[in-house]
Design a protein around this ligand. Structure first.
Ligand code: NAG
Ligand code: NAG
Length: 392
């Protein structure tokens, strides 16, 4: 199974700061800081091009990663008679300074480490608490770049010691987002999330007319942001959506940025861009089910209640209507799923809001598509702060 999500994040670019739990700074918010090391000839060094590195999400030909939640997966093992597993990753010159990456073994708990350009960090070592058997068996190492606006960059060299077979507001940004909670919650599913903070659906219509929209972005390796613009100007590398295994399910949620000041894209332009995007997806992946996820707006206090609106509600329904007879487009109405405290700053869900949405979508997939969910391990990090205590 493969699932693609388009436009899901609307979080604004921001400098990541302190993680707050109900107003208090979270203790140790990024456990797992990896030591910086230098490689010597006791390591087996694999270049960024080797087929053993599986790149997830959007990376360009220089192994630079782009929004959102791009990652790598590699399989490694300890060799015969070897009692230690070690794995390190080198980051190339385009890596953003101090950027946070998330990493883990298999689907065990996520860990976090800041990394910088032109440096190597060791993520698995004798501190990893692996049993002799776990050292010998094949293990998946996964790493995701996850903090908004400063996507990690590559030249990721997989470096394995000779002992091993040759072989935005949500707490953790993308990895706390409903998009990620949903796809990871499906279990054993490959996915990609194509989203960029502030991105519009409509192309060259927002922010005075120059900004590229999702209809364009879906075919680009890099995102429509300023970092990509510094790299590539107006001609970033294309992204061949047909080079990937076609998606079985595509979720689209757009509109938050088209709708707001200074953009205020007229409904009919938004509608046509939406139809164009779905037609494009259908041409590329003719068997994919497309789910239009309606876009909530803001809660406002009205008398003794809070009331929320939906954005481009009519247009979204009209797009669904347009494709209805073809049978592959569905409409997911989010009205009422998020209550007042589930929507935080600038219409972004709080962590609880993200969890609620992801849960409803998982249920939709179970009931409508009849997919089986396969629980694999940790999806959301840090939620034990929501009370894992007994006997109080
Ligand atoms: C691994 O084996 C070597 C050689 O037998 C030994 O010196 C070392 O202490 C062992 N390390 C661990 C972590 O068991
Ligand atoms: C590590 O990353 C977090 C999240 O982006 C950031 O708040 C923190 O300042 C970074 N630390 C360093 C030392 O770069």
């Amino acid at each position: 199974m493969r699932v693609a999500l388009l436009g899901i994040l609307v979080s604004a670019l921001q400098v990541a700061g302190t993680i707050l739990d109900n107003g208090h700074p979270r203790e140790n918010p990024y456990p797992g800081q990896a030591p910086k090391i230098s490689l010597d000839d006791t390591w087996n060094i694999y270049g960024a091009d080797v087929p053993e590195i599986a790149y997830k999400g959007r990376w360009d030909s220089k192994h630079v990663s782009w929004w959102s939640a791009p990652g790598i997966k590699v399989e490694f093992t300890g060799g015969k008679g070897i009692n230690i597993s070690q794995l390190a990753v080198s980051f190339g010159p385009s890596t953003s300074d101090g950027v946070l990456v998330a990493y883990r073994l298999g689907s065990l708990d996520w860990q976090f480490s800041n990394v910088t350009a032109d440096a190597t960090y060791q993520f698995v070592g004798d501190w990893s608490e692996l049993s002799d058997e776990e050292i010998r068996e094949k293990k998946i190492f996964e790493m995701r770049a996850q903090i908004a606006g400063v996507a990690t960059a590559g030249n990721a060299e997989l470096t394995v010691p000779p002992s091993l077979a040759s072989g935005q507001f949500a707490t953790y940004e993308t990895m706390s987002s409903w998009a990620y909670l949903f796809v990871a919650g499906l279990g054993n599913v490959e996915y990609s999330i194509t989203a960029y903070a502030g991105a519009c659906l409509t192309d060259k219509a927002c922010y005075g007319g120059g900004a590229r929209g999702m209809t364009w972005y879906w075919h680009q390796a890099a995102d429509p942001g300023s970092r990509a613009h510094e790299f590539y100007g107006d001609e970033p590398e294309g992204w061949d959506v047909n080079a990937e295994q076609p998606a079985d399910l595509v979720l689209i949620q757009m509109g938050g940025n088209d709708h707001r000041h200074p953009n205020e894209i007229p409904g009919k332009d938004f509608y046509h861009a939406y139809v164009d995007l779905i037609e494009d997806i259908h041409r590329s992946w003719p068997h994919a089910v497309v789910l239009i996820v309606s876009q909530w707006g803001y809660f406002a206090k009205k008398g003794m209640t809070y009331q929320v609106d939906q954005i481009y509600e009519e247009e979204g329904k009209k797009v669904h209507e347009h494709f209805k007879d073809l049978g592959f487009v569905y409409y997911f109405d989010t009205t009422g799923l998020l209550q007042h405290n589930d929507i935080g700053p600038k219409a972004h869900p709080t962590d609880v809001g993200h969890v609620k949405l992801a849960s409803h979508l998982l249920q939709w997939v179970k009931l409508v598509l009849r997919w089986k969910l396969e629980p694999m391990g940790e999806v959301q990090h840090g939620t034990l702060s929501w009370n894992d205590q007994e006997g109080y």
